[in-house]
Design a protein. Structure first.
Length: 271
C-alpha cells in the first residue's frame, strides 16, 4: 500500500483523535486541493536533518549576496552556482530537498550556525526556502550600517601564486584609495582576501591573508590612515561561483576566477 493511501485509510477508519495523531507523519512535499502550502520560515511544517549527519558538519561561510538572490523558480544548476552542493548526502538528481549548514555573520567578527532547506517542485525548480531558526533569516536583511563593498580581482592585482602587487594592481589600489578619500568621511576599512579552492586549505588561507595585508599596506601608502584599517583572509571559504572538476585545468581556473579576489569593505559617513 502506498504511503499516501495508508494515510487516507487511517483518516477514514480511525477516530478523530487517532486520525490527527496518525496524520502528523503524512505531510508530503507537495500540496493539492484546498490545502495551504507551508510558508517560508514556518518551522513547524519542515523537518531538518541532524547536523551530525552532514558531510560538512561545520557548514560553509556562504556569500550573503548569493543567499539574497534565492527565489522560487531557480533550477538546481542555478542554485548550485549560488550556494554550492548540499551539505547532506541527499543526492543531486531527482531529490526534492537540499539541506545546507551556513555560518552567517552577526557583526563584530562573530557568526551564527544556521540550517537552510530548499524544497523543489515536480519540475525540480526551487519552490520553497526555509530557515530552521527565524533569527537566521533576519541576518539577510540589509542593515543601515552595512559597509560598502568594493571588489578587486586578484588576477588583476597579483601575478599567479604571488602576494606582490603587479604594476596594474598598484594602480587599481591607488584608484580605490582615492575613491575612499573622496566618498567617505573618516572611513573604517576592512580588507578581506579570498582564493579559489585549488590547493590545500592551509595554503589558501595563508595566501589570502598575505594578499589582504599587501592591499592594506598599499592603501596606507596612498593616504588611508593605518589605524582605521584591518585585514584578514578567509581562504577558499566564501566562493561566489561554483565550478565542476578538481584538476587544475585552464578551463577550471577561468571558471573560478571570480573567487580569487580582495574585498574592501568601507564603513562610515558618505560625503
Amino acid at each position: 500500500m502506498k504511503y499516501l493511501d495508508y494515510c487516507r485509510t487511517i483518516l477514514v477508519l480511525g477516530g478523530v483523535g487517532l486520525s490527527l495523531l496518525s496524520l502528523q507523519g503524512c505531510v508530503t512535499s507537495g500540496h493539492t486541493g484546498g490545502e495551504s502550502p507551508p510558508q517560508a520560515g514556518d518551522e513547524e511544517q519542515v523537518i531538518f536533518p541532524d547536523p551530525e549527519d552532514a558531510w560538512m558538519e561545520e557548514g560553509t561561510y556562504v556569500n550573503i549576496e548569493n543567499l539574497r538572490k534565492m527565489q522560487a523558480g531557480l533550477s538546481k544548476d542555478q542554485l548550485y552556482d549560488l550556494l554550492g552542493r548540499p551539505h547532506f548526502s541527499e543526492g543531486l538528481v531527482g531529490v526534492r530537498k537540499w539541506n545546507y549548514i551556513f555560518q552567517l555573520p552577526t557583526g563584530n567578527g562573530h557568526y551564527m550556525t544556521c540550517q537552510y532547506q530548499v524544497q523543489f517542485d515536480a519540475d525540480m525548480l526551487a519552490e520553497r526556502m526555509h530557515w530552521r531558526e527565524s533569527s537566521c533569516a533576519a541576518l539577510l536583511e540589509p542593515q543601515e550600517s552595512e559597509p560598502t563593498r568594493m571588489t578587486l580581482s586578484a588576477d588583476t592585482l597579483f601575478d599567479f601564486d604571488s602576494a606582490q602587487l603587479s604594476h596594474e594592481g598598484q594602480q587599481r589600489v591607488a584608484d580605490l584609495a582615492g575613491r575612499i578619500r573622496d566618498d567617505f568621511v573618516e572611513p573604517s576599512v576592512m580588507v578581506v582576501g579570498h582564493t579559489d579552492r585549488l590547493g590545500s586549505d592551509a595554503y589558501n588561507q595563508a595566501l589570502s591573508e598575505r594578499r589582504a595585508a599587501t592591499v592594506r599596506s598599499a592603501l596606507v601608502s596612498n593616504g588611508i590612515a593605518p589605524m582605521t584599517m584591518q585585514s584578514r583572509g578567509v581562504g577558499e571559504r566564501q566562493p561566489v561561483t561554483h565550478c565542476e572538476g578538481d584538476r587544475s585545468t585552464p578551463g577550471l581556473k577561468a571558471c573560478l576566477r571570480p573567487n580569487r579576489r580582495v574585498d574592501v569593505e568601507v564603513s562610515g559617513e558618505a560625503r
